[in-house]
Design a protein around this ligand. Structure first.
Ligand SMILES: [Zn+2]
Length: 585
């Protein structure tokens, strides 16, 4: 690969590009439009059509600016130009939100909204979005307080979130007399050398002490502001609000957790066996959760990863293979960890340009290759959504992980098919490792976040309290699968999801996504290539209806505990296979 950093020039040629300033300056006059349209003498249908046009124009402009600024910051946390524009945009986003609230309130006043929508092709195409907007107007902060509340948030949750980015972006870990960025240290959890894994874990925990007091304030204040807003919007609690935002219901979530709680003993059997194999007597220590197993702890260069991905996905769907190859060729991906770059991995799409950008912290493990497959799945999802009008491309979090995890499934199954016995075991273990994260660890994160919201009713939880809540949540989720003396009290510091200001409980969507993708993958196995067009259509329609309705298009009833049990059985079978392969004779 000639250049392992991403190319953002499709958006702008730099911060001195006049087009960037022109776009930023165009937002303000554009935001006057909704009021003008609503107050005009146009017939209602024409007003709504003009609103749809306005929405597209605004989304395109903001999308381009945001892509450029956010991606720049993700790759370079201290970029002062990007940070300055982010602040400037923050102020404008207040106006953007006010304009969209104005539209939602207007929509909610149209008595014959269904009729109006049905009378126009343009409106019918985005009917779900318009009706949902009108419904959401029932859960808005009072109009007269809205502007000030949004402005206060810039000094509240938004500011805390920025402080968190700053603290974590510059956090270093000291190990053996050397200083490492946190993502590099966390990457060492996959190191074949047990001494490195343990030392990295200790360095990681030690580093959290430098920031945990401030981080606890960031967390407590972001959650506190959310609870105030929740009350103002007329939701009973943050989880109910989150579910509504996700077009999902308690029934669906409860069905999933019920099946997951039943399946926890299966994951623990796997962890205890892995612990034994690594010479531990009391369950798996946290630092060995990601320990590579088996002889063939093969590593990949980025070029080898690219080749494997292109080959695998071309065999399934040539279009998908070409899409992946193009992503590498066109420099969509920022590959390696470095100081000042965000940890983890993500994919960010841009509708107007029909492109995505992917950030990873690639160190060469098979898990890193899976991460690439995962993020490229998001990219494929973004591409499928191009079939729908922009207003229907906002998919809820639990469906956001469908394509990404489906891709991981495809990759691991394909690779396992052609692997020798030793490699098979390694790959199987890697599958279980990942599943343990998306099911068991995610359950611990859900429990932790619930506990933080509970504590925040009375006070801002201190770092010590947060550490203890994290340990308790890990105990409940991992049980005797994990060594009770070697858990990770600082997981709340390093996982950015807890600090999102507009999204909460960004954990259950991963479990949902993983298990839903397994269900979708089962369908693919039953129907073969004939399923792929349905799959693409499923991805395209993720923003076009409620979750239970979207999933029913491929015959999956997410309100049924049995559906989730069926998906989890796939993983239980993998655990049985692992236990069989590792039995001591
Ligand atoms: Zn993802």
């Amino acid at each position: 690969m000639n250049n392992p950093t991403w190319d953002l020039s499709i958006f702008y040629n730099g911060f001195d590009d006049p087009a960037l300033r022109a776009d930023i300056d165009s937002i303000k006059p554009l935001l006057k439009k909704p009021e003008e349209i609503i107050e005009s003498d146009l017939p209602v249908v024409a007003k709504l059509e003009a609103i749809v046009d306005y929405d597209n124009e605004l989304s395109n402009t903001i999308g381009n600016i945001m892509s450029f600024v956010h991606l720049t910051i993700a790759a370079d946390n201290a970029n002062t130009e990007a940070l300055r524009i982010q602040d400037e945009l923050g102020l404008q986003m207040v106006e953007v939100k006010l304009a969209s609230s104005r539209i939602a309130r207007y929509l909610s006043t149209i008595e014959n909204l269904d009729e109006v929508i049905a009378s126009s092709e343009k409106l019918s195409a985005v009917a779900f979005a318009l009706k949902e907007d009108a419904e959401n107007a029932q859960h808005m902060v009072p109009a007269h307080m809205e502007k000030e509340l949004l402005r206060m948030s810039l000094n509240g949750a938004d500011a805390w979130s920025k402080l968190k980015d700053r603290l974590m972006g510059t956090l270093t870990c000291e190990m053996n007399g050397k200083s490492y960025p946190l993502p590099a240290i966390r990457g060492m959890a996959y190191d074949p050398d047990p001494a490195v894994r343990k030392a990295a874990y200790e360095a990681e925990l030690e580093s959290y002490k430098k920031v945990e007091t401030s981080m606890a304030y960031c967390l407590g204040c972001i959650k506190g502001e959310t609870m105030t807003l929740c009350e103002l919007k007329g939701y009973s609690d943050p989880l109910t609000m989150t579910l509504a935002q996700n077009r999902m219901d308690h029934e669906t979530l409860d069905a999933m957790w019920t099946a997951i709680r039943e399946a926890l003993p299966d994951f623990r059997r796997y962890m205890r066996r892995k612990a034994e194999l690594l010479g531990h007597k009391n369950g798996l220590p946290f630092y060995d959760l990601f320990a590579p197993m088996g002889e063939s702890s093969k590593t990949y260069t980025i070029d080898e990863a690219r080749e494997l991905l292109v080959k695998t996905f071309t065999a399934i769907n040539p279009e998908m293979g070409a899409f992946i190859d193009n992503a590498f060729e066109q420099r969509w991906i920022d590959v390696y960890p470095r100081e000042g770059k965000s940890g983890g991995a993500f994919c960010s799409g841009n509708y107007q340009k029909n492109v995505s950008r992917i950030l990873t912290n690639f160190m060469g493990s098979f898990s890193d290759v899976c991460t690439l497959a995962h993020e490229l799945g998001h990219g494929w999802h973004n591409r499928c959504m191009q079939r729908k009008p922009q207003m229907l491309t906002h998919y809820p979090m639990p469906l956001a992980e469908t394509a990404s995890i489906f891709n991981e499934e495809l990759l691991t199954h394909e690779v396992r098919k052609h692997a020798d016995e030793a490699t098979k075991l390694t790959l199987l273990e890697s599958v279980l490792q990942d599943a343990t994260q998306t099911i068991v660890d995610i359950y611990s994160r859900f429990l932790f976040e619930s506990a933080v919201f509970e504590a925040r009713k009375t006070h801002i939880p201190s770092a010590q309290e947060c550490n203890q809540m994290m340990l308790d949540a890990q105990m409940q989720a991992y049980g005797d699968g994990m060594d009770p003396d070697v858990r990770n009290s600082g997981m709340w510091v390093c996982k950015g999801h807890y600090y999102y200001t507009g999204r909460h409980f960004y954990n259950f969507p991963y479990a949902f996504g993983h298990l839903f993708a397994l269900g979708v993958y089962n369908k693919y196995q039953e129907e073969g290539a004939a399923f792929l067009p349905k799959y693409d259509e499923l991805l395209a329609s993720c923003g076009s209806d409620t979750i239970p309705n979207v999933t029913m298009t491929v015959g999956i009833d997410v309100r049924s505990v049995d559906y989730w049990r069926g998906a989890l059985k796939v993983l239980r079978d993998e655990v049985e296979e692992f236990l069989r392969l590792t039995e001591t004779k």
